[in-house]
Write a protein that binds this ligand. Structure first.
Ligand SMILES: [Zn+2]
Ligand SMILES: [Zn+2]
Length: 369
C-alpha cells in the first residue's frame, strides 16, 4: 500500500487511522524502513507492507502513542520493541535478534556440537530468516545443517517460492533437498482439490510425515522449524477456542519419544513475527515478489486470532510471551493426567512411519493405492 503523507504525523497514528495494526506491517518512509514511533513528514511517500496473508479486517485497541527515540547508540532505528520500550538501529537489531535465538538454543540445549540437523525450508520469510541465522550460528558453533523443501504441488503459487528457496541455499552454500508430494505421495494439492480434499490439515499432515521421514533418512537428529512466538501464542488460543486439551499435551513435543520421530526444534520461539519479518527484510528478503498465499489456505479462525493477538500486543506489550508461557504450563499439567498405558507409539501398518493409531493420519487421508 502506497500513500503520500498529507501532514506531519506519527506513523502509528497514520496506521491507526487506517485500522492497521503496527505488529502486522513493515513501514517504509521514502523507501527507508521505519519504526511505528517515527514521524512521517508531509509530502513523503509511505509504503505499508503486510508481511503475511494480506490485509486483515480492521479493529481497534487501546493504542498508546510511543515516543520516537534513537537507538541507544544514536543510530536511526529500524525497529521498536514494544515489550522493551526500546528502539534498535539495524546493527543493534540484528545483534538483539540473534542473541535471543542463541539464548533459546542454549537454554533448551537445542543444538549440540557436531550434530547434523535438517531445516524445513518453505521459501517464506520465516525459513529465509532461519537459513541466514543458522549460517551465522555455524561460525560460532560447529554443527552441520541442510535444508529440505516440500513441494506440495500448487501450480502458479509454489514454483515461485521454491525457486526462491533454491536461490537462498545456493547463495549461502547450504545443501538443499526438494521432495514433491506428486512423486512421494502420488497426489498433489491441486489433484486433491479436484476431489474437494485440499485443505490445510491434509497438507500439514502429509508435509509433516514427509519432512520427518526424509530428515531421518538423510541422517538428521533434529528438524528445525521456523515457528515464531506468534505461531505459538496463536496455537495456544486455538487450542482453548476449540477446547482440545490433548493438543495442548503435545503442543511442543510428542507425548512419546521414538527414534523414528525426529525431534522438532524452534530457535525463534521467543521472537515475534514482526521481528522475524524485519530480520528477513534486513537480509534482503523481497516482500514484493510473487503470490503471497496459497490458494487453498483456510485457517479463518487462526487469522482472526492472529489479528486480535496483534491488537492486544500493541495495547498490552508482552501479551504473546505470556500466552505462550501459559500454554507451556497447561501442557505440563495435562501431560501428567494422561495414563501411562496410553503412552505408546506404533508404526503405521501401511507406511511404517510413527503413528498413534494402527494407521497414520497421512495414510488415512490418502486414497488407497
Ligand atoms: Zn544502535
Ligand atoms: Zn502411514
Amino acid at each position: 500500500m502506497q500513500l503520500k503523507v498529507k501532514s506531519d504525523t506519527y506513523i502509528q497514528k497514520l496506521l491507526q487511522e487506517m485500522g492497521i495494526c503496527s505488529q502486522e506491517v513493515l513501514v517504509f518512509i521514502d523507501g527507508k524502513i521505519s519504526p511505528e514511533t517515527a514521524i512521517a513528514k508531509k509530502g513523503q511517500e509511505a509504503s505499508i507492507i503486510y508481511f503475511k496473508h494480506g490485509a486483515p479486517q480492521s479493529g481497534s485497541a487501546l493504542h498508546k502513542q510511543r515516543k520516537y527515540e534513537e537507538c541507544e547508540c544514536g543510530g536511526i532505528p529500524v525497529y521498536f520493541a514494544p515489550h522493551l520500550g526500546r528502539h534498535f538501529c539495524k546493527k543493534h537489531f540484528l545483534e538483539y535478534f540473534e542473541k535471543k535465538a542463541r539464548l533459546e538454543i542454549r537454554q533448551k540445549n537445542l543444538i549440540r556440537k557436531n550434530e547434523k540437523i535438517a531445516l524445513g525450508l518453505s521459501g517464506g520469510k520465516d525459513s529465509f530468516s532461519m537459513l541466514h541465522f543458522l549460517s551465522h550460528l555455524k561460525e560460532a558453533l560447529p554443527f552441520q545443517f541442510f535444508a529440505i523443501t516440500i513441494d506440495e504441488g500448487v501450480k502458479g503459487y509454489r514454483e515461485h517460492t521454491i525457486n526462491r528457496a533454491k536461490k537462498f541455499c545456493k547463495k549461502l552454500k547450504v545443501k538443499h533437498y526438494i521432495y514433491t508430494f506428486g512423486k512421494e505421495e502420488g497426489v498433489t494439492l491441486d489433484s486433491l482439490a479436484k476431489e474437494g480434499k485440499a485443505n490445510c490439515s491434509v497438507c500439514a499432515v502429509l508435509r509433516r510425515r514427509l519432512l520427518n521421514s526424509k530428515a531421518r533418512k538423510l541422517g538428521a537428529s533434529k528438524l528445525i522449524i521456523a515457528h515464531n512466538l506468534d505461531d505459538t501464542a496463536q496455537t495456544v488460543l486455538l487450542n482453548v477456542v476449540r477446547n482440545e486439551p490433548l493438543r495442548f499435551a503435545r503442543m511442543e513435543e510428542p507425548l512419546v519419544q521414538s527414534k523414528s520421530l525426529i525431534q522438532r526444534i524452534k530457535p525463534f520461539a521467543t521472537l515475534s513475527e514482526k521481528e522475524v519479518a524485519t530480520y528477513a527484510y534486513l537480509y534482503g528478503y523481497d516482500y514484493g515478489e510473487g503470490a503471497c498465499c496459497c490458494p487453498y489456505v483456510q485457517h479463518a479462525i487462526r487469522r482472526f486470532i492472529r489479528h486480535q493477538l496483534n491488537l492486544m500486543e500493541e495495547a498490552y506489550p508482552s501479551t504473546k510471551l505470556r500466552i505462550a508461557a501459559s500454554g507451556h504450563t497447561i501442557q505440563d499439567a495435562i501431560r501428567k493426567t494422561i495414563p501411562k498405558e496410553k503412552l505408546h507409539i506404533n508404526s503405521c501398518e501401511i507406511c511404517g512411519e510413527p503413528s498413534s493409531g494402527e494407521i497414520c493420519k497421512a495414510c488415512s487421508f490418502l486414497p488407497k493405492r
